[in-house]
Design a protein around this ligand. Sequence first.
Ligand SMILES: CC(C)(COP(=O)([O-])OP(=O)(O)OC[C@H]1O[C@@H](n2cnc3c(N)ncnc32)[C@H](O)[C@@H]1OP(=O)(O)O)[C@@H](O)C(=O)NCCC(=O)NCCSC(=O)C[C@@H](O)C[N+](C)(C)C
Length: 265
Amino acid sequence: MTTSVDLSGAPLLKTDGPIATIQLDRPRQMNKITAADLAVLSGHFASVEKAGARVLILTGEGRAFSAGYDLGDIAARASSKEDVHASGFENVVDQLETLAIPTICRLNGGVYGGATDLALACDFRIGVDNCEMFMPAARLGLHYYSSGLMRFASCLGVAATKKLFLTGLKLDAAEMLRIGYLDEAVPAGSLDARVKELASVLAANAPAAMRGMKRAINEIARNSFDRSAADQRYRESLVGAELREGSAAFAEKRPPRFGADLDGR
Ligand SMILES: CC(C)(COP(=O)([O-])OP(=O)(O)OC[C@H]1O[C@@H](n2cnc3c(N)ncnc32)[C@H](O)[C@@H]1OP(=O)(O)O)[C@@H](O)C(=O)NCCC(=O)NCCSC(=O)C[C@@H](O)C[N+](C)(C)C
């Protein structure tokens, strides 16, 4: 039996040299994320890594970044007592968090519910200065999943996480900056330039060094730090091709060329 899945409005993947961009594409429904979108997102994340992109930008089309997971699907599954866990949301967000390349969330507008988690799984968040966020779990009667709660508490601290999850209240861009959710809030007209500037910095840096340090930092945040593996990567980097290129570039007063993954760590 074949089942057809409606993929209209599914997330789009574009690449521009070393920079890949995934765009949520349901602007009329505030880029709500459906179960089918999750499968597409997961495939995009895997193909971005495979294709050797150096940076991933995640963004949305229209006036919101995303209104989170499809509330219609949550309601339908709750009525039929089907576990919404089966949608795979958690796995896709964890997949994004552990992607081997640096990731930037370009917050073109508001970010709500599970989308606040998706954005937080990126390494950086740059938003328009009129963006806003809320996490309505307590209003909906949803006990948020543990991996997500851990991500918020480790990135933003316990106090800000309690405020977000227990009140469900809306935060404006100034407060999002204050709690460390946003790295930067910029006027809409500067968003693309600023995101591109950061993406270019990351694309020019040493991929293996970034990959290893990102992994270590994520593990530290999750209390699963494999210190001996990180120490091993450190020792390898001291005699590695990336450090040779980086230090040669410094001596020769030129930008380093890390074009290929020199070390493959
Ligand atoms: C974003 C928003 C503030 C914008 O308000 P607006 O007044 O500017 O626009 P709107 O008219 O409300 O939205 C436009 C359309 O977008 C739809 N829409 C907006 N958010 C949606 C959503 N999350 N699911 C389904 N449809 C959603 C609206 O129903 C509407 O559809 P219609 O034109 O057919 O009436 C408002 O739409 C809103 O509150 N949306 C819901 C946000 C929300 O509660 N998100 C949390 C969803 S639950 C969640 O994400 C948790 C999830 O991760 C859990 N799990 C791990 C188990 C998977």
